[in-house]
Design a protein around this ligand. Structure first.
Ligand code: CA
Length: 526
């Protein structure tokens, strides 16, 4: 073969490789999109102005929903960090992927969507908070925070090598993401998981945001002074504004050491990571707050309200960093002409309480921690507007595989969201969703429970060392303070929801919950 013929042949082969990679599994002419999945840790939908602008403006995050879709009913299957991450990767409930609680080591030998995308020709990356114990698998590149990670000058573990990086964690994770995008293999479509640490407890803001919201008085939620009447499990939690550690959670680290707090040593380690100028800026900002706290010695309701304001200031400052850094990423996509064919997803590993029921943290199946914020943008392919159908984090993996034109493994338990995104006929979409939380005994003392939610109603069963059912009409009682279970007028509805829930437990193969119900039925002879 002559040299010229060889060159032509190599050129044609290269073209064929590029086009087969770009289409990935799509049989038709649809081009496989790039995927950027941005997930924060504990970002409440109440703190996103595309959902509600009562607390904060998030103009950059809102761009995703303005130019794409906003899911108004998106939910988690188990409202806690590592279980949520395992559901994302596997498309399966906790009882199927094995990750029921924080602290368990994720079985990385399982089938996950990044592995399937990688096998099909995507370049894959995982950057930021991983929090699954085992090393990431299915990624061409990973650069993660060990464990929970730190806000200031954090360690990163890049493909097995740990180093300390100077700076603020949300900026650094975004820097790492942009650097990877810049150096990626441009012949392949890519899938990047960008997982922020923020705004996880202990809500440490960047030095550039330490004075934000200083003059703002945030409105108290209607159920802030909840009495938990008729709700035994809600009364037993330890995640109330009164349970805050003043030093760690409210940043009252006085030099004299007079302010006590169970997490003081932990927080001293956090600020101990700061360099001299960071520490100087930090101490200057909090000194007046600390002095006032010591002088005023607030008690009772006044102290709770002060705790609430103090908590929200820092939490929302952390969100501002996330918002600004998401803006940097979206700008990069614009500048590099990647916007049209890149799916940008924004979500959090679950919701969070911002004073509702008097709480912080998550875990419960009540709305604020059960709901996840979720926005998606892919201008070349998906519609704009709001999606009201019930969706869950089991749906992420099937959706990404479907978008790439790949087969969805039959044992994945979620549904592809593509029909909703493309405005196809979705009359037969699911009408109810299922939840199961396990981490008890555990931090914050939230008892084990499972339940079902429809558009309007929610039935929950708390079990293990308690046996209590709760029923809510979300239209009449959005704050979930009025447990209707056991009232005569609601017996038929409760029975109907119970039957629907048993059907979901069978569909999802949640035998533990079925066993619990059978035991309770036998013990209590209902
Ligand atoms: Ca979380």
């Amino acid at each position: 073969m002559k040299l010229k013929q060889i060159i032509v042949l190599v050129f044609i082969m290269t073209l064929m490789m590029v086009s087969s990679c770009t289409l990935i599994g799509n049989k038709d002419t649809k081009v496989a999109p790039n995927i950027i999945f941005i997930m924060t840790d504990d970002h409440a939908y109440q703190a996103l102005s595309c959902y509600n602008d009562a607390l904060i403006e998030t103009p950059n995050l809102d761009r995703i929903s303005d130019e794409g879709v906003l899911f108004s009913q998106s939910f988690v299957t188990n409202s806690i960090c590592s279980p949520s991450r395992a559901v994302l990767l596997t498309g399966k409930f906790s009882h199927e992927n094995g990750q029921r609680n924080n602290g368990q080591i994720f079985d990385g030998s399982q089938v996950t969507f990044p592995k399937l995308l990688q096998d099909a020709g995507y370049e894959t990356a995982m950057i930021g908070k991983w929090h699954l114990g085992s090393d990431p698998s299915g990624f061409d590149y990973w650069d993660i925070l060990p464990g929970q990670g730190d806000y200031y000058n954090p360690d990163f573990n890049k493909m097995g090598e740990t180093r300390r990086v100077e700076g603020y964690v949300t900026n650094l994770i975004t820097d790492a993401a942009l650097e990877w995008l810049e150096n990626r293999n441009t012949d392949k479509p890519f899938c990047m998981l960008l997982h922020h640490k923020a705004p996880h407890r202990c809500w440490m803001p960047d030095t550039t945001h330490l004075y934000l919201f200083n003059d703002v008085k945030f409105p108290l939620p209607d159920n802030f002074f909840d009495s938990y009447e008729g709700r035994e499990a809600a009364a037993a939690q330890r995640m109330h504004m009164k349970d805050f550690c003043p030093v760690n959670d409210l940043k009252m680290l006085d030099k004299e050491g007079e302010i006590e707090g169970t997490l003081r040593k932990y927080f001293e380690r956090q600020v101990g990571r700061m360099n001299e100028s960071q520490r100087k800026a930090w101490d200057k900002a909090y000194a007046p707050e600390i002095a006032a706290y010591k002088k005023e010695k607030l008690e009772g309701k006044e102290l709770l309200e002060w705790n609430f304001q103090r908590y929200l200031e820092d939490y929302l400052r952390c969100i501002t960093s996330v918002d600004e850094n998401t803006g940097r990423l979206l700008d990069y996509l614009d500048e590099h002409k990647l916007t049209q064919n890149t799916l940008v997803v924004y979500t959090s590993d679950q919701g969070f309480y911002l004073g509702e029921h008097g709480w912080f943290d998550k875990r419960f199946m009540y709305e604020e921690s059960f709901r996840m914020p979720l926005m998606m943008r892919l201008p070349s392919r998906i519609k704009k507007g709001e999606i009201e159908q019930l969706v869950q984090n089991i749906d992420f993996a099937p959706t990404f595989l479907d978008l790439a034109g790949l087969a969805i493994p039959t044992d994945m338990q979620g549904e592809s969201l593509l029909p909703l995104l493309e405005d196809q006929n979705t009359d037969d979409w699911r009408k109810s969703i299922y939840y199961h939380y396990y981490e008890y005994p555990g931090p914050h003392s939230v008892k084990r429970h499972y339940g079902i939610r429809t558009d309007r109603y929610k039935l929950i069963h708390f079990y293990n060392n308690i046996d209590q059912w709760e029923l809510y009409d979300l239209e009449e009682d959005p704050g979930e303070v009025n447990n209707l279970f056991g009232q005569k007028a609601y017996e038929e509805l409760s029975g109907d929801l119970l039957m629907q829930m048993i059907a979901l437990q069978k569909q999802y193969n949640d035998t533990t919950a079925v066993d619990v119900q059978l035991n309770n039925l036998t013990e209590h002879k209902y």
